[in-house]
Design a protein. Structure first.
Length: 77
């Protein structure tokens, strides 16, 4: 089984976390912050990437938690 990136996506008036390629949501929360926290925990446990979308579905940010032999410098922190 391959590891899937976790996506934080808008869902109606709330936010959800969805594994890449999945149709069903893993979790639905009322706030984006809660969805990011849960998505980050899942991505860290699975050593995958977290992809955060904005309200319109456009990719806003990414965080990688997997092994990378040549990681880029993190300019956000």
């Amino acid at each position: 089984m391959s590891k899937k990136s976790q996506h934080v996506v808008p869902v109606g008036s709330g936010w959800g976390v969805r594994g890449e390629g999945n149709k069903r949501l893993t979790v639905v929360t009322p706030t984006k912050a809660e969805a990011e926290k849960i998505g980050r925990e899942i991505a860290q446990n699975q050593r995958t990437e977290l992809v955060i979308h904005d309200r319109h579905g456009k990719i806003q940010d990414k965080d990688s938690f997997g092994p990378d032999p040549c990681p880029p410098r993190d300019k956000k922190h």
